[in-house]
Design a binder for this molecule. Structure first.
Ligand code: ADP
Ligand code: MG
Length: 238
């Protein structure tokens, strides 16, 4: 039994079939990228896994529990979006205490958690800052800190670096991977950037038009693309 078992997930918005039967097993501690062109269903799949979106068919079993019908707040999944995910009117500290307050954690315990997580993402000096006074990269570090503060079972990252300039992005890729490995959090990372997927992932799941084209290690996807789409997407033509 795998840690995450995603079986035959289908999702349509009215007549638009977006996910056409997605099946994927992920092991504990794995870092898997969802790679594919814009509109192929990457964000929809993440939203279905997080519980932000219901699914039409299929099941999602997480750590031996069927969570297909479980509300988002009870799935114990952390998520980071592309941008604008922090509350702009709250300080960094307040943004981080938000999920803990929802869990009714006493303030004194929260403080230790917040200090710990700010240390992990390297932002101990920004506790009192407002998001608007942070760089894009720093804001995403805070968003990541907030997503991991409750030590979720799974971390879902939806193109968290696509709004960050290229030079900083490389550093953040390394940071995200370091933190993920340090905490051993099972992670799905969405990107449309194949270089990012290649350099960061244990495995890559290549999506096209609501279906999985190939799931394999980066090197295997690169050297042995299984479909015409996979070959053309990663730049080989045969
Ligand atoms: P990706 O993240 O791969 O770019 P998305 O999952 O965002 O793709 O979108 C896939 C398809 O689903 C698109 O055709 C998009 O218009 C549609 N879609 C996504 N979310 C919604 C929604 N809430 N309502 C209607 N259509 C949606
Ligand atoms: Mg998307």
């Amino acid at each position: 039994m795998s840690y995450m078992e995603i079986s035959n997930i289908e999702k349509a918005f009215d007549k638009n079939e977006v996910l056409k039967g997605i099946s994927l097993n992920i092991e504990q501690g794995e870092f898997v990228s969802l790679l594919g062109p814009s509109g192929c269903g990457k964000s929809t799949l993440l939203r279905c896994l997080s519980g932000l979106e219901t699914i039409d068919k299929g099941t999602f079993v997480l750590d031996r529990n069927d969570v297909t019908e479980t509300p988002a707040q009870n799935r114990n999944i952390g998520m980071v979006f592309q941008q604008y995910s922090l509350f702009p009117n709250m300080t960094v500290e307040e943004n981080l205490s938000f999920p803990l307050t929802i869990q009714k954690m006493p303030k004194a315990d929260q403080k230790a958690k917040i200090d710990d997580v700010l240390n992990i993402v390297g932002l101990t000096d920004k506790k009192k800052a407002y998001p608007g006074n942070l760089s894009g990269g720093q804001q995403q570090r805070v968003a990541l800190a907030r997503a991991i503060i409750s030590r979720p079972k799974v971390l879902l990252l939806d193109e968290p670096l696509s709004a960050i300039d290229a030079k900083l992005r490389k550093n953040l890729q390394i940071e995200i991977r370091r933190i993920q490995q340090e905490l051993n959090i099972t992670t799905i990372f969405v990107t449309h950037d194949q270089d990012e997927a290649m350099s960061m992932s244990d495995r890559i799941c290549l999506l096209n038009d609501g279906r999985i084209e190939q799931v394999s290690s980066p090197i295997e996807l690169y050297t042995k693309p299984k479909t015409r789409f996979a070959a053309s997407f990663i730049g080989h033509y045969n």
